[in-house]
Design a protein around this ligand. Structure first.
Ligand code: PMV
Length: 323
């Protein structure tokens, strides 16, 4: 239901990194994942998005990082706005300004924070006051991983398309070291990577079979605060996902990815509890607890092919900013 007082709203959202990966979609409409996923929302990186509904506009307008967006991102923005307009019972077009404080479309999960911030700002600007799980449904239809960024700490997305909080940010003394191995945009967008995997990979069926068990392991380890089990299950999820994609010819790794993975294995041999995960891009995200943070950070900064390391911690839910 819409209420007066809408029109303009600004929201901030953080990216999230899946510990148990989502890879593959159900055949039904609505962009519903074929497997459950569990992620941690990251502080230290954010998207800020302002949405203004304006009767004077003939069509939606979208600037991304200060420049008018290309046709494809504009179309995806309009699709989300159309869902919000349908919910609010309005037809007004909107002006959207969005900015990331980290590289866009490079596998650093900008679509997650981007669509989370857009869904939250647009629903508020349209006069809707929805619960996070309801805003998450709006975001999910544009980018399933975005649904999880409506929540802080650790969140899950199930195979009905519903999202919920699993544990608060303080559940573990977790640090996520984002080892950037390329400044380029990712080669294959996640949706086409998933579709190719489902169509061509001989291991896609195995992934669908294994993913729910790995998810259950990740979740149980998190709830038990068992970091070693959590790290092992997180790596198992990433490698199973990438193996299924690689068997379809979808390779996100570069030389820096492999060098970083080797460094993580060496660190473990030396007694540090460090674990790696990779998404639809070449960067390696290393999970570590506070006690090992410094030595793992120092080592990862020296890896050939790692351009820089961003330090992040579990962060807050997406929020509306006072304008
Ligand atoms: O929701 P999308 O289209 O951004 O796809 C996300 C895919 C992965 O990042 C690889 C896994 C995940 O669960 O976030």
């Amino acid at each position: 239901m819409s209420s007066p007082g809408g029109k303009t709203a600004r929201a901030v959202a953080h990216p999230n990194i899946a510990l148990a990966k989502y890879w593959g979609k159900k055949a039904a409409p609505g962009n519903v994942p074929a497997v459950p996923s569990l992620s941690v929302t990251l502080a230290g990186m954010c998207t800020t998005t302002e949405v203004s509904f304006d009767d004077a506009l003939a069509s939606d307008a979208f600037t991304l990082n200060g420049a008018p967006a290309a046709a494809a991102p504009l179309a995806r923005t309009t699709e989300l706005l159309d869902r919000v307009r349908a919910l609010a019972g309005i037809r007004t077009r909107a002006r959207v300004h969005s900015a990331n404080d980290f590289p866009t479309a490079s596998g650093l999960a900008s679509s997650a924070s981007g669509f989370a911030a857009l869904a939250l700002a647009a629903t508020r600007a349209a006069g809707l006051d929805l619960a996070p799980s309801q805003v998450a449904r709006v975001a999910r239809q544009s980018s399933a991983s975005a649904a999880r960024s409506l929540f802080g700490g650790f969140a899950e997305l199930d195979t009905e398309g519903e999202t919920r909080a699993v544990a608060p940010a303080a559940q573990l003394d977790l640090h996520v070291l984002v080892c950037v191995t390329s400044e380029l945009e990712k080669a294959v967008a996640s949706t086409s990577g998933m579709l190719e995997t489902a169509k061509k990979s001989p291991y896609y069926a195995s992934w669908l079979d294994a993913a729910p068990r790995i998810f259950a392991d990740v979740k149980a380890a998190l709830l038990a605060r068992d970091f070693e089990r959590l790290g092992e299950a997180t790596e198992a999820s990433a490698f199973a996902m990438h193996a299924s994609a690689m068997a379809a010819g979808i390779v996100y790794f570069n030389a820096g990815t492999l060098a970083a993975l080797e460094a993580v294995r060496e660190l473990r041999k030396g007694g540090a509890l460090a674990y790696a995960t990779m998404d639809a891009g070449p960067h390696v995200k290393v999970l570590v607890l506070g006690g090992d943070r410094e030595r793992v950070l120092e080592r990862m900064q020296k890896v050939e092919g790692v351009l820089r390391v961003l330090e992040t911690r579990p962060g807050n839910a997406a929020s509306v900013e006072a304008s």
